[in-house]
Design a protein around this ligand. Structure first.
Ligand code: PMP
Length: 395
């Protein structure tokens, strides 16, 4: 049965042109339609499924947790093993100052929590962010979005937001003793993969330390090996005061987190107590799946394979209509002359059995962010098919 009619009739529509593919199952690198057609997933549900789909280790952890319990109580009252295990695992992998984890349901909520935490800890009113940033769609996170068009219809949003130029050291003068925090993506994914320079991040860290503003890294898209390190901030030799994780954190289930030192985090527990509350944040299934996925990632060496795989894509994605390929590990933007060409290529890729996507603020760029389990043979095959799709789209 074709569910297209019900999809348009009963699901709130937000995309101007939904892809309209229907999938019934997903395994490894493939999404599978009800009639059994397989599509190669080159976007991982937007940087979520870093181990691909239905990884046996993750599915087994879910089954085991389902046999024990689902939701028990709002966040932070009971000791729930999956939450504790995942938080302890993260703390062990992170610098010692990033030792306490607050679990949320999504990236947007983690951003909300991080902003509240920074305001309460510093007692300051302002938040700085960057042009072309994306931090989520709730009203606080939306206040940070680096696009006037996406903000305008929803005004008034949060006051006290300063929007600065990304990768510009001049912008840093606007960070001062009124700034509670500066929120930055080490790679601006939705801007079409714009990588922060080492100089910029070092200067930003120094400016935050000098002014007492907290430095917040939003690694919703860049963590879990995506850029070739477990966390992208490791490439920069700096430690943020607050780290935001989401997307892949739940191993395919909804989960976000903001992570900070005990000194910073403790301000949420008094005056008033319960400074941040969530019913489902840190759901036992999400935490169990996230811990299982992270264990597989750490044992697999996949993160170390990312640089070679990135190089492979870069070598093979060559065509006269490709204007530029930008990448940060397996987060890749293929730039075309126009949004129209890009749309046609994405559509033609579907015809070749490949699922790609575009970016929010770079409509002329095609997104490639496959599960990290993709191997070089599959990359070669996918690249050949993408080049074929480009030929079809521009002929
Ligand atoms: N931050 C970044 C960098 C993101 O890419 C996203 C989602 N695309 C978010 C925050 C928001 O996450 P969510 O959609 O889970 O609310």
């Amino acid at each position: 049965m074709d569910h297209r009619h019900l999809f348009f009739r009963h699901l709130a529509q937000t995309s101007p042109s939904p892809l309209q593919l229907e999938f019934e199952r997903a395994e490894g690198l493939y999404l599978i339609t009800p009639s059994g057609e397989k599509y190669l997933d080159l976007i991982s549900g937007i940087a979520v499924s870093y181990l691909g789909h239905a990884h046996p280790g993750v599915m087994e952890a879910l089954r085991q947790q389902m046999d024990k319990h689902l939701h028990l109580m709002v966040y932070g009252e009971l000791i729930q093993q999956p939450q504790v295990m995942l938080a302890a695992m993260l703390a062990q992998l992170l610098p010692s100052s990033l030792e306490q984890v607050y679990f949320t349901n999504s990236g947007s909520e983690a951003v909300e929590g991080a902003m509240k935490l920074a305001k309460k800890f510093t007692g300051r009113p302002e938040v700085a962010c960057f042009h072309k940033a994306y931090h989520g769609s709730t009203q606080g996170a939306l206040s940070l979005i680096g696009s006037d068009a996406m903000r305008q219809p929803f005004l008034p949003l949060l006051p006290g937001i300063k929007r600065l130029e990304f990768n510009s050291s001049d912008a840093l003068h606007y960070i001062d003793i009124s700034t509670a925090c500066v929120i930055v993506e080490p790679v601006q994914a939705e801007a079409g993969v714009r990588v922060a320079t080492k100089e910029f991040i070092s200067a930003l860290r120094a400016r935050c330390t000098d002014t007492g503003a907290l430095l917040v890294f939003d690694e919703a898209q860049t963590a879990f090996g995506r850029t070739g390190k477990l966390f992208a901030f490791e490439q920069y030799g700096v430690t943020p005061d607050i780290l935001i994780l989401a997307k892949g954190l739940g191993g395919g289930l909804p989960l976000g987190a903001f992570i900070a030192s005990e000194e910073i985090m403790q301000v949420l527990s008094d005056n008033p107590p319960l400074g941040h509350i969530t019913t489902f944040g840190g759901h036992p299934l999400s935490c169990a799946a996230g811990a299982a996925a992270l264990t597989v990632l750490l044992d697999s060496g996949l993160t170390d394979s990312v640089a070679a795989k990135e190089k492979c894509f870069r070598q093979l994605l060559s065509h006269r209509v490709i204007q530029e390929v930008r990448s940060a590990g397996l987060l890749i933007a293929v730039e075309f002359d126009s949004a129209q060409t890009c749309r046609k290529v994405i559509q033609a890729c579907i015809g070749q059995g490949i699922l790609t996507d575009w970016f929010l603020f770079a409509e002329n760029c095609m997104r490639i962010a496959p599960p990290l389990i993709i191997d070089e043979e599959k990359i070669a095959d996918a690249s050949r098919r993408m080049i074929r799709a480009i030929e079809k789209a521009v002929s």
